[in-house]
Ligand binder design. Structure first.
Ligand code: HAM
Length: 428
């Protein structure tokens, strides 16, 4: 076939998809333990939600969004991230009306037109948790602890929590001016992109990966002296909360994150096993996001972690994904008489209703039944424990030979006995 999946977009094949299911199961349980309820958000939203929410000087909005106009002339965008949609949904449905914290989570595909490489795709999956409606540092600590706990339960090693504060609209302009002065004095060492960003958003220069810009950024002033009393106290509370829980973290004055909505806390969890795309999780506080998209004051804090990257690290570190779903029984028709074919159909269905994974031959591409020998070959390939060979005796009774594929032992059984025998064999 000439048609292939678009560049940067992957199929998650059955060999891998059960690993994803494991990651999502562990995530769902951990989210529930931390009081987060699951929400399903639309895959596309009005473009304005992201251009105003994420910020129109960000790479995401400037270069990476999949924008389109629908047949009704509406400007829509495939979501590049989930936070703005979560805030939109919470406001639209009054989820924070009681004034208490609203803890939500979701997972699903996000879309960014980035240059594909290992761990970076144009369609990728995130798990995302948000705590909305509260401004205290407890929520920040909880969110960071939640992300770390998911990774602990999944068995990920070699991770580093990196923390910073990006201040608020009160104190950030002071820091912005300091940065502008610093970077302007080193214009000759900056890359083309940074020269453009310099006037619009000098904070962005701090996370430029170009070596020249990196050296200038390393020498840049830190925000800490500029933080207002409120931001400084919040940062202190977050740090004390994390230390109180025994979390180790590194302060990084260059961590500003690639989205404009952050205020106060910004953090990432980095993996030593991911190469260039080393962030497995990123998040922080965004107290003004709701207002920037026309909503009420609604403080929030959250994180998102890349599922593609989690699975990649787990595979590289040899982490356990639990049990690959087993195929237990293959039901084989010894001949193609209607009585035997019906018995195969009904035995397979009966086993499935008992919760025993069972397969049968569905014929070939031309609709022809396959021989008993080919069916046994399929049973072998499927790795089942039991092959149930269905035939008729001279008195036209259906008989079943149960062959244990591990030991080669074979016994006969009536159709109604098969499920019980299979279940008994689990307990041996
Ligand atoms: P983000 O840092 O843009 O933050 O993305 C979070 C995580 O998604 C990254 O750490 C990475 O694991 C994964 N990720 C991002 N882009 C890609 C890609 N192209 N391919 C594969 N994985 C990727 C956010 O999205 C914010 N909404 C996080 C947040 C939630 N902040 C507050 N609440």
């Amino acid at each position: 076939m000439d048609i292939k999946a678009p560049r940067g977009v992957r199929d998650i094949l059955p060999d891998e998809s059960w690993r994803w299911a494991y990651v999502l199961d562990v995530t769902a349980k951990t989210m529930a333990d931390f009081g987060h309820s699951e929400i399903h958000l639309p895959l596309f939203e009005q473009t304005e939600l992201f251009s105003r929410g994420v910020g129109d000087t960000t790479d995401i909005v400037e270069k990476e969004m999949y924008n389109f106009t629908d047949r009704g002339g509406r400007n829509l965008t495939l979501r590049p991230e989930a936070t703005a949609g979560m805030v939109r949904a919470a406001v639209e449905h009054g989820l924070c009306a009681q004034g208490a914290a609203s803890r939500l989570w979701c997972w699903g595909a996000m879309f960014r037109y980035e240059r594909p490489q290992k761990g970076r795709y144009r369609q990728f999956f995130q798990i995302d948790a948000e705590t909305l409606g509260v401004s205290g540092a407890v929520a920040d600590v909880e969110v960071i602890a939640l992300s770390a706990e998911i990774f602990r339960r999944l068995g990920l090693r070699n991770l580093e929590v990196v923390l910073n504060s990006v201040g608020c609209p009160k104190c950030r302009p002071i820091y912005r001016d300091k940065l502008l002065k610093h970077f302007s004095a080193h214009k000759g060492e900056l890359c083309k992109d940074c020269l453009v960003r310099l006037d619009r958003n000098p904070l962005r220069l701090l996370d430029c990966k170009e070596p020249g810009c990196g050296a200038v950024a390393n020498a840049a002033p830190a925000i800490y002296d500029c933080l207002c009393d409120e931001c400084a106290a919040h940062f202190e509370d977050v740090r004390n909360g994390l230390s109180g829980l025994g979390f180790r973290y590194t302060l990084d004055k260059r961590l500003v994150r690639g989205l404009d909505y952050y205020t106060k806390t910004a953090y990432e969890i980095l993996s030593g096993d991911l190469g260039a795309q080393n962030a497995v999780c990123g998040g922080g506080r965004y107290d003004n996001l709701s207002e920037s998209v026309g909503g009420p004051h609604l403080p929030g804090v959250g994180f998102a972690a890349g599922v593609d990257r989690i699975v990649l690290i787990m595979e590289e570190q040899g982490c356990s994904f639990g049990q690959c779903p087993q195929k237990e029984v293959y039901v084989v028709a010894q001949d193609d008489t209607p009585a035997v074919c019906n018995a195969v159909l009904s035995l397979t269905h009966r086993l499935r209703m008992e919760g025993i994974p069972a397969e049968q031959d569905a014929g070939d591409a031309l609709g022809k039944k396959r021989s008993a020998k080919s069916q046994m070959k399929s049973a072998d390939n499927a790795g089942v424990t039991w092959a149930c060979l269905v035939s008729q005796d001279e008195s036209h009774n259906i008989v079943i030979a149960m062959k244990n594929m591990n030991t080669g032992e074979q016994t006969t059984a009536r159709p109604e006995e098969v499920a019980r025998r299979v279940k008994e064999s689990y307990n041996i």
